[in-house]
Design a protein around this ligand. Structure first.
Ligand SMILES: [Fe+2]
Length: 229
């Protein structure tokens, strides 16, 4: 006698993942746009797309969990996150932290970055929550990291600072709760503080074919400056 097929899990079968998405939704729904029409419009597009994904109750696609060396800094980043304005997001993330598929995303990357950086997706074409027009994820940096200059073709990106202090293009120091908008093709380079790791939530919004194959590439990988490995 053959076993009946196990029905595929859908989003509504995975409450911890729904709660994490609800935290993202709150960030993009209730945070301020700081008076910027462009940021307001980006926030609206992210939350409207996210709402439509949640309403669709998509099938979940869980890949094999995978870690990278920088994952060793995650608990510290979550501890810091729980003390600040994004404590709800940090706690919701901690509930799914054993199910994450950490990645580098680059075919070629400076060797030193292998110990300093990784990201995972929460929602996107690869899952675990399936979506074709929006990617939500988190990126983690070790202390004292320089993430080399890069841009995203035809993808609009926002970072929301969850834990740690960091800077983009030497323009400012961003604290937890800050939202930074990077328009398509905008070149940006990130540096992180000396003492603690830095955890950023991010959203990518763009055309389906571009999100399915974003072609991540560092603009100036030879100039990557890493002072601690
Ligand atoms: Fe970026």
């Amino acid at each position: 006698m053959t076993e009946p097929d196990t029905p595929a899990l859908r989003l509504q079968d995975c409450p911890n993942w729904i709660y994490l998405l609800q935290e993202f939704d709150s960030l993009y729904r209730y945070g301020s746009a700081g008076g910027s029409k462009e940021i307001r419009s980006h926030r609206k597009r992210v939350r409207d797309t996210l709402s439509s994904v949640i309403d669709r109750n998509p099938e979940m696609t869980f890949r094999t969990p995978a870690i990278k060396p920088v994952t060793a800094h995650l608990t510290r980043a979550l501890d810091l996150g729980e003390r600040n304005v994004l404590s709800g997001l940090s706690r919701a993330l901690s509930r799914v932290s054993d199910q994450l598929t950490w990645e580098w995303g680059y075919e070629t990357m400076p060797k030193v970055l292998e110990r300093k950086y990784a990201y995972f997706e929460v929602l996107g074409p690869q899952g675990p929550v399936r979506s074709e027009r929006l990617i939500l994820g988190f990126v983690l940096f070790a202390p004292n990291t320089t993430y080399p200059q890069h841009s995203h073709k035809e993808i609009e990106e926002s970072y929301i600072s969850v834990a740690g202090a960091w800077s983009e293009n030497d323009n400012a120091v961003y604290a937890p709760g800050s939202l930074i908008l990077n328009r398509p093709e905008h070149e940006h380079r990130i540096t992180t503080g000396d003492v603690d790791p830095c955890l950023l939530a991010y959203a990518w919004i763009g055309a389906e074919d571009r999100l399915a194959a974003p072609g991540m590439r560092l603009s100036y990988k030879r100039k990557a400056r890493m002072t601690r490995t």
